[in-house]
Ligand binder design. Structure first.
Ligand SMILES: [Zn+2]
Length: 280
């Protein structure tokens, strides 16, 4: 155990020093604090109450999820120590479990999954025969976890014909894309009428979304920060239904799964010809 602590301190110090030299003292301090907090969480998960939180992606239960170091600050209760799922994955797993795609079951449905996450599985074994999931990412290494077909493509110029998919899943991707309006238009283009794109983005506590000008290396390379106040305006081509955590779980479950209110799933439907022409 002592050896583990010494190694942990050594690793945290090294990483913190590297971050300080590259991005300044504040970034180094955040890195050090995140390591320290995650070490305490490890102890609490070993010796504390094991039933305070549960991960619906892998069914792990324990005392606390790990904190996330986002460079400029630390976010508590994010990462599952067992499967690595974050709060957005927990939200989407529950959504899939409780709601999604039920209206499409029985059909031969095609799903395009951009930036595929290992924690998200679309189908039960029984449904697998009628569902085809295609993974897509601009980088081949972004799809290493995906089973089945993988297609390397840019979300701003999607390499598929129009009206090719019944559903699209696009979670925490748009904040990395240079032209997110173009990307949303492409998602709209490749959706079949009546199909839906399931979109999630990270929200910053700011009154209006803002461009960062270039990828922020301390913020996972994001090129913009979205505000929850105005994000929906970007989805104007679709009929939008925003799903907040409390619309699919109880307050007790929200605490158990540690999913904050800002983890919203935007169900963005493409109109069929006899629908009114605009979603707004
Ligand atoms: Zn997990």
């Amino acid at each position: 155990m002592t050896g583990g602590i010494i190694n942990g301190v050594r690793r945290a110090s090294k990483e913190s020093w590297r971050r300080t030299r590259k991005f300044g003292a504040h970034a180094g301090w955040i890195c050090l604090c995140a390591h320290a907090q995650n070490y305490l969480i490890r102890l609490r998960n070993r010796y504390g109450n094991q039933n305070r939180v549960t991960c619906p992606c892998c069914n792990w239960h324990g005392n606390s999820f790990r904190v996330l170091d986002v460079g400029h600050w630390i976010i508590p209760q994010v990462e599952c120590p067992n499967c690595g799922a974050h709060d957005r994955h927990r939200m989407f797993c529950l959504f899939l479990d409780r709601n999604a795609f039920t209206s499409m079951q029985g059909k031969n449905i095609r799903i395009l999954h951009f930036g595929p996450e290992p924690h998200i599985h679309f189908t039960t074994k029984k449904e697998k025969e009628s569902t085809r999931v295609i993974a897509a990412d601009i980088h081949a290494e972004g799809m290493t976890c995906a089973d089945g077909t993988r297609v390397q493509t840019d979300v701003q110029r999607i390499a598929f014909d129009s009206e090719s998919f019944d559903a699209i899943v696009c979670i925490h991707l748009l904040e990395h894309v240079e032209n997110d309006i173009l990307a949303l238009h492409e998602l709209f283009r490749v959706l079949k009428p009546g199909g839906a794109a399931y979109i999630m983005v990270p929200f910053a506590p700011i009154p209006a979304s803002r461009e960062l000008g270039r990828p922020d290396p301390l913020l996972f390379g994001h090129v913009r920060e979205y505000s929850q106040q105005d994000f929906e305006q970007r989805l104007h081509e679709f009929y939008v239904n925003a799903i907040a955590p409390l619309s699919i779980m109880t307050p007790e479950e929200q605490r158990l799964f540690q999913i904050p209110d800002h983890q919203v799933i935007f169900i963005c439907q493409k109109a069929v010809p006899d629908w009114p022409s605009s979603g707004k």
